[in-house]
Design a protein around this ligand. Sequence first.
Ligand SMILES: [Zn+2]
Length: 309
Amino acid sequence: MKKVIYYGIRDIRVEEALEISPGKGEVKIKIKYCGICGSDLHEYLHGPFPESPFGHEACGEIVALGEDVKDFVVGERVCSVIPGSFAEFINCPVERVLKIPADMDWKRAAVVEPLSGAAYALERARIKGDETVLVAGCGTVGLMILLGLKSMGVRNIYMTDLLDYRQDKARDLSATLTWNPLEVKTSTKIKELTSGKGVDVAIEAVGIEATLKDCLSSVKFGGKVIVQGIFTERALVHMLGFVTRETTMIGTNSINPQLALSWLKSGNIRPESVITRIIPLKKIKEEGFEVLAGKSTENIKILVAPFGV
Ligand SMILES: [Zn+2]
């Protein structure tokens, strides 16, 4: 089978790998799609994380069961969250396999994992429907947060991004207002919008100093800053405002698939609308990573399809 091997910065190769049967407690999945995550792009551009999650947003069909697997059957559609899924097949321990409804569209299944990240973040934030929220960043992370906020009944959602295309997407998905933080000073704008008070919650969904600062300077007294962006650089922040405003800052990096699936069941959100391109496995470097690395203005989530679209 074909599989992408990570060799180093900007060096990934599609190679022939041995197809093995699933081990004890594992299922073998024929991968329909595997999304390129922001964390994958970071590893591609800056080097591997300690426990590399490279290629973890997969969905597909179970084609074989290992010993002692009881709760799954061959032919079942699932999502899996295990690194190494830029491949035709993956063997995955059942704890990392998620059942999805039989009628769920594959494109939607492909973004259940990022939506689950937003679900976890928002659960930690304990947001209430009448609160006002700033989301810094309209990439996949920010847009999934937006859909989650909508599902939780939040109405006032302000978002920032440097790219018009992403801002447009956020407004399409019903963000209240968006702006470019290089053109409009975010903390000033937020004060204007909240009668000087600041937002209840600010969510950092980029992973850079500038957006973290915007979040810290835009929350109200006693407000919360949720940090979900993946930082590669250090951030230098002035802590005086953090202390005097008695801000709570929460880092978040896990997933809550059950909450995400419940949003999909009850709401009318369409997370698959962040998908901008579907590419073959063999083109993953040129049409996937290099396109995203080029600060492409019209791509958000790219899916890799090992067996064709
Ligand atoms: Zn991811």
